[in-house]
Ligand binder design. Structure first.
Ligand SMILES: [Zn+2]
Length: 123
């Protein structure tokens, strides 16, 4: 057994212990069963949140916090990438460009958190 699948099994048993439910839906990436954890859909194999686009359309505004969370995840991974680029950058112009992008991304995260919070307070 690879350590990867051991991780998966561990995550699965941890999730089930903490009250997660296995869903009938499957992950669009790896086809593993999805789990409902605190009202969110997770693929424990990919270790990622799953947001179904078709459902987002149907439930409309209520899904905005989910969408925002998904956007935040994307931004976080971009920030990680930019951080690596910034470490390697030597040209002042390049450093400026990366810093500016980072600044916008950080602002975006703050903004999406704020909006998500407003939504939580309303519902
Ligand atoms: Zn998956």
């Amino acid at each position: 057994m690879t350590s990867r699948s051991e991780d998966y099994i561990k995550r699965m048993s941890d999730a089930l212990r903490s009250g997660a439910k296995m869903l009938q839906e499957t992950c669009p990436v790896c086809s593993s069963p999805l789990f409902s954890i605190r009202g969110e859909m997770w693929c424990l194999k990919c270790n990622k949140r799953v947001v179904k686009v078709s459902e987002l359309d149907e439930v409309g505004e209520a899904s905005i916090p989910y969408l925002l969370a998904s956007i935040s995840n994307t931004i976080y991974s971009k920030i990680e990438e930019l951080n690596i680029l910034l470490q390697r950058a030597t040209e002042p112009e390049e450093i400026m460009k990366i810093s500016n992008t980072l600044e916008s991304l950080l602002r975006l995260i703050r903004e999406s958190r704020r909006i998500a919070q407003e939504f939580r307070q309303e519902t």
